[in-house]
Design a protein around this ligand. Structure first.
Ligand code: FES
Length: 226
């Protein structure tokens, strides 16, 4: 069994720190004194805010991971990429349809894919990113939506793409088009919207708005988690 007292040397933005070996990268950064205002969100592997690149000393390979999920390793040289400036198209979902013409207009770089598979290799979620790009090129928005469903939008795929495809933005376009124009309308959703409009939840909302912070925290911490 590994002792929590053992320390390993890691390098954060080039500076050396000795940190307990049982820590995640995120915990190690805080242990080293960093106060995370960017590059940290859910702390549970869901939000994609903590994308990190690292290399182990002496090894040529650049690795990636989510800082909140990846354990530190001896001689780890790391830097965080809390935001990657990928291009984002603007559109009104009401005005566009699920077609290759839409994709060609909004994200034409998708059609420049070289098939190098760098996006798939770098994905910390182990998604088959190049596959959903291929589905998009074919205009198969349903398959692209399903294949990309677990994307956290961390941006690492974009950081490695030689033709500057913004995979996660093209994928969220696919999921939006699928939800809006391909999936049949959900009767449950329509019923729930009607209930909201009829004021069914007004009293509960009013109570929440007036509740003490402690009570809201209790409710939050004891909520059902699917
Ligand atoms: S902090 Fe949200 S995925 Fe790591």
């Amino acid at each position: 069994m590994v002792s929590n007292n053992s320390k390993v040397n890691i390098y954060i933005m080039g500076k050396k720190y000795a940190v307990p070996e049982a820590l995640t990268i995120m915990d190690a950064m805080e242990y080293a004194g960093y106060q995370l205002k960017r590059g940290c969100g859910c702390r549970a592997g869901f939000c994609g805010a903590c994308a990190t690149v690292y290399r182990i000393g002496g090894d040529y390979e650049l690795k990636v991971g989510l800082a909140c999920q990846t354990k530190v390793e001896p001689e780890m040289y790391l830097a965080q990429i809390p935001f990657f400036p990928g291009r984002k198209a603007y559109y009104d979902l009401e005005d566009i349809n699920p077609s290759t013409a839409t994709l060609m207009t909004l994200y034409p770089e998708v059609f420049r894919c070289l098939g190098c598979n760098s996006c798939t290799k770098v994905c910390p979620q182990d998604l088959n990113v190049m596959q959903y790009i291929a589905y998009l090129q074919r205009g198969d928005f349903e398959k692209a939506a399903h294949e990309s469903f677990d994307c956290l939008m961390c941006g690492l795929c974009v950081s490695r793409c030689p033709v500057n495809i913004v995979h996660y933005n093209a994928a969220i376009l696919a999921r939006r088009l699928y939800g809006k124009h391909i999936l049949p309308p959900s009767p449950h959703l329509r019923e729930r919207v009607q209930e909201i409009e009829d004021g069914k939840f007004d009293k509960e909302l009013e109570e929440l708005m007036n509740a003490e912070t402690e009570k809201i925290e209790d409710l939050y911490n004891s909520r059902d988690i699917e």
